[in-house]
Design a binder for this molecule. Sequence first.
Ligand code: HEC
Length: 268
Amino acid sequence: MIEFVRLGLVICILGVSQVHADDETISGVQEYRELLSDSNPAELWILSGEELWFSPAGPNEVSLDECDLGKGPGVTLGAYVELPRYFHDVEKVMDLEQRLIYCRMVIQGLSRDEVTSYPFTKRGEETSAIEMLVTFIASESKGMRMNIPLDHVEEQNMFDLGKQLFYFRAGSHDFGCITCHSGDNKRIRLQELPNFRNQDQARKTYGSWPAYRVSAGEVRTMQHRLYDCFRQQRFPEALYGDDLITALIMFLAKSADGGLYDAPAMKR
Ligand code: HEC
């Protein structure tokens, strides 16, 4: 009963619509997306990211062409759909952003602070290098299928941790990812909330990030998406490139396994 009342309260506070979504509104949003989809500004991020990947940088003045994203040094094609994954050289599981941080430090000689201090572009300021790199690498997997085999025990452990985190509820409102992302047809105002327990929705959602956010005028990565959902969840701020975020990404990526990867997409 208490659980029931609490859930009711949560739903009231948020204005999450449990009723069937208004078909007209949804089709209006869909139409808007289709109108815009021919000219996704994320193309600019892809081009700049590609240029960054091949340009010498840092004290070592070398490009990232030697960076191994899991498929061999310099191989970008198909790397994103297999991430996060276990890397033998560091003996741990990394997502794309952690791997890029690592490569920029080890190969280009930049400091951790230089690489991580500006992960998300602020309105009206210069574009974050890592967002451009991520968009380029992700685009190199467009049209492929998500392929997260969890062969290594550390990959399985990371997935288990991510799953646990997804169901973990805490904080001032006793929220967890499941509060907002486990039922069908939930919405907060006009924003549809994907249900990650539904494979089709998990595939479509995961397969659309990174995405150009029309509201922000920026491309946002999965790290940013989760950073923002930690805020929605009233959790302490998520640290950029933290292993807990990688665990959640592993859980989401595996939930989307076999799905078509179709990013960068364009979103509200
Ligand atoms: C209080 C509600 C709430 C909680 C809790 C929450 N989210 Fe979200 N989530 C949202 C909202 C609202 C959006 C859409 C935001 C937008 O479009 O700006 C969203 C969007 C997302 C998306 C992108 C959806 C899409 O359509 O592309 C992902 C992925 C996601 N959340 C994952 C998570 C994970 C993982 C957690 C747990 C760490 C979590 N969220 C917790 C409200 C929540």
